[in-house]
Design a protein around this ligand. Structure first.
Ligand code: CUA
Length: 316
């Protein structure tokens, strides 16, 4: 709605219009009260200026009605802002079901992106229009921040853990991608372009060029070459727990805790396996810290996601 104002970046995702409405409300409230205060300053300065033979009026010792009024109005306004912002925040924090997942690894000073089908790109992100996309992001070095103004989304990208973010583009075209967290000398150059494409164009782009193996296939090859499969057997009974159908389930740990097996749990279990020992197993697994890159960890996770319980329909 406000995208016609030259002050606003393009509005190209399902959430961007709503973020603008909240922003406009904040500007309106701030503008109204700034104007009110400035007008009153001038009005009182003129109205109560010193005049010849002026008498001082009586002192005023407080006004309960006024105190209540100027406490209640800001309280209501800030609660509206809080509630409105919280609704938007929660809506944006929870990805809907059926998202397409893409994987981002940030490093000084570039964005490395992997598509589940195996396509990789740097400082470019190709996405289909109208499809909810979930980004799973981590950093190889320092804190970066993934920012697409036209979609009104921004999320810090941290070393040592995953952060996620989702969006659904509503408009085909090219949009800016920025790093929004100062990360060193070339921070200002750490950006790129998001290409939102019609689904057919996206399919063509995805299948064109060098056809790499899918992330799950690359992960499967790593799973063999790192000898993960010698302990993690599909049928169970290995020295490590079976991994089929693990993602998204609750895992009972040896120390009694229960944790959700999400991407962060899988990453931690690969790089620092002794931190969380699954109940009934020995702490035998060596760390793979330093042996696999962040991108390879993501490939292993993509492979683990593709593993279904024996007997379930095969993953593509
Ligand atoms: Cu990366 Cu700033």
């Amino acid at each position: 709605m406000w995208s016609k104002l030259p002050l606003f970046p393009e509005s190209a995702s399902t959430i961007s219009g709503r973020v603008d409405e909240l922003y406009f409300f904040l500007v309106l409230v701030a503008g109204f009260f700034s104007l009110l205060v400035f007008s009153l300053v001038f009005y009182f300065a003129i109205r109560y200026r010193r005049r010849a033979g002026n008498l001082r009026s009586a002192d005023i010792h407080g006004s309960t009605g006024l105190e209540i009024l100027w406490s209640v109005i800001p309280f209501i306004l800030t609660m509206v802002m809080f509630g409105w912002g919280a609704v938007l925040y929660l809506r944006n924090a929870r990805a809907p079901a059926g998202t397409v997942e893409m994987y981002v690894v940030a490093k000084q000073w570039m964005w490395k992106i992997q598509h589940p089908e195996g396509k990789r790109e740097i400082n470019e992100l190709h996405v289909p229009i109208g499809v909810p996309i979930r980004m799973i992001m981590t950093s190889e070095d320092v804190i970066h921040s993934f920012y697409i103004p036209a979609f009104r989304i921004k999320q810090d990208v941290l070393p040592g853990r995953y952060t996620t973010m989702w969006f659904q583009p509503t408009q085909a075209g090219e949009f800016h991608l920025f790093c929004a967290e100062y990360c060193g000398t070339e921070h200002s150059k750490m950006g790129g372009t998001v290409h939102v494409m019609e689904p057919g164009d996206y399919e063509r782009w995805l299948t064109g060029g060098v056809a790499g193996e899918s992330m799950a296939a690359a992960g499967a090859a790593l799973f063999e070459s790192l000898a993960c499969s010698s302990c993690h057997r599909a049928e169970g009974g290995g020295r490590g727990p079976a991994l089929e159908g693990l993602l998204g389930t609750q895992v009972q740990l040896e120390d009694g805790r229960k944790v959700l097996a999400d991407e962060t749990y899988l990453r931690e279990s690969i790089l620092n396996p002794r931190a969380m020992i699954v109940g009934g197993y020995q702490p035998l697994m060596p760390t793979f810290q330093g042996q696999v890159s962040e991108e390879q960890v993501l490939q292993l996770i993509a492979y683990l996601k593709s593993m279904k319980k024996p007997g379930a329909p095969a993953a593509k």
